[in-house]
Design a protein around this ligand. Structure first.
Ligand SMILES: C[S@@+](CC[C@H](N)C(=O)[O-])C[C@H]1O[C@@H](n2cnc3c(N)ncnc32)[C@H](O)[C@@H]1O
Length: 379
């Protein structure tokens, strides 16, 4: 069965119940912008764990985490990763989270399938579970692999500037510190026990979606569990699709997402991303919009050299004629010159010379405003 509609898309914002290895190949190819996968860990727990005070540790002992051998786990991993390749857009990226039990096997298989690792990000747990038996280091982190679809893929979403701006102007690093999911956020059953053994903190997903997607993008999670990915995507106005094998978790996730409060930021207050490519503004646009008039005089930096703006968008300086960049370079005797920075115009309102770039920014803001309004109208 193929879950296609007329326009080759599928229904977003829904949880599909079943095995992701079977469902992923039925979804339309190249339809998803980001995949977050939190697969079974293959923990191989052989006996119960007890705290020193003899209370039981609720570890991952569910059937969904049982595999007969490494070979079986590898086969399983290859199958779901192949399904992910099928649905992921050629501009999309994949995030996989895991512990030392599985992440190295997953990393190797995803490389074999053609994915190209961009980073491994370490989630450092500020409140990890102690090592009860005192026989190993306390296991205080999980690893996330962030990968693009192939080595040659040049386009993918990464809001480098915005991440930096929201991080005290420091580059976002690959070590992330978040507590385990506890307290109010942790879903409980009717008897007050954890509803799911491995519910991830929403903060983790928030950072991933903030850094690697845009509003309206499609986010897919093939191991949906309690629906953390869907809940955060919903809150951040991304479309989402979840796949989960166990009925019980499907219901839990649906109920959770139905309770999500919609964002407080209306569309019209959402500016384009900080690192969106800047709109290219040709010099001629200043004339067309009347910001500069033919005959206007431009000064080259702090030199005595002057050029006169022509009606056709060229400038003339002595016997030189051409673009602001070419004439600027020739006047300065340099191979190239950014005319927007080097030529100054007289701003009559304040009686001062300002770089042409000031006018370019005026036009750019106007044009971006028009484009933004048009995008909103088209939604
Ligand atoms: C590690 S948990 C994911 C937890 C989730 N990230 C959350 O925050 O709640 C893995 C989930 O995958 C589900 N699962 C295991 N094998 C699956 C399969 N083949 N297809 C779909 N879901 C599967 C399990 O039932 C389990 O809920």
């Amino acid at each position: 069965m193929t879950r296609r509609t007329k326009n080759n898309t599928f229904q977003f914002n829904q949880v599909l119940q079943g095995d992701c290895r079977e469902i992923l190949p039925t979804l339309p190819a190249r339809s998803v912008d980001l995949i977050f996968a939190d697969p079974p860990y293959n923990l191989q727990l052989r006996s119960d764990l007890w705290r020193p005070n003899l209370t039981h540790v609720e570890g991952v002992q569910d059937n969904w985490d049982r595999f007969g051998s490494f070979a079986e786990y590898d086969r399983f991993t290859r199958e779901w990763l192949q399904g992910c390749r099928h649905v992921l857009k050629d501009t999309g990226t994949l995030w996989v989270i895991g512990s030392y039990h599985c992440i190295f096997r997953i990393g190797s298989i995803l490389q074999d399938l053609g994915f190209w690792i961009l980073n491994d990000v370490v989630w450092i747990k500020s409140n990890p579970m102690p090592n009860m038996r005192g026989t190993r280091f306390c296991n205080a982190h999980e690893t996330m692999i962030w990968a693009k679809k192939s080595e040659r893929q040049s386009r993918y979403t990464f809001h480098y500037k915005a991440l930096k701006a929201a991080n005290e102007d420091l580059q976002m690093r690959s070590d992330w510190h978040f507590p385990l999911c506890t307290g109010e956020e942790r879903l409980k059953d009717t008897e007050g026990r954890k509803a799911h053994a491995t519910q991830k903190p929403e903060a983790l997903l928030y950072r991933i979606l903030r850094g690697c997607t845009n509003p309206g993008d499609v986010v897919l999670d093939p191991f949906f569990g309690t629906g953390t990915t869907g809940a955060v995507a919903e809150r951040m106005r991304r479309k989402w699709v979840g796949i989960e094998r166990e009925n019980e978790y499907v219901d839990l996730a649906k109920r959770r997402i139905a309770r999500v409060e919609m964002p407080v930021v209306p569309d019209e207050f959402t500016p384009p991303p900080l690192d969106a490519p800047q709109l290219r503004i040709p010099f001629g646009l200043l004339l067309e919009h009347g910001l500069l008039k033919p005959g206007a005089r431009l000064q080259l930096g702090h030199t005595e050299l002057e050029a006169v703006v022509q009606e056709d968008g060229t400038v003339v300086c002595g016997n030189l004629r051409g673009s602001i960049h070419k004439v600027g370079a020739q006047c300065l005797g340099k191979p190239s010159c950014n005319g927007w920075q080097h030529w100054y115009y007289r701003e009559n309102l304040i009686g001062e010379y300002l770089p042409l770039n000031t006018l370019r920014e005026v036009i750019r803001r106007q044009m971006e405003g028009v484009l933004h309004t048009a995008t909103l109208a088209a939604k």
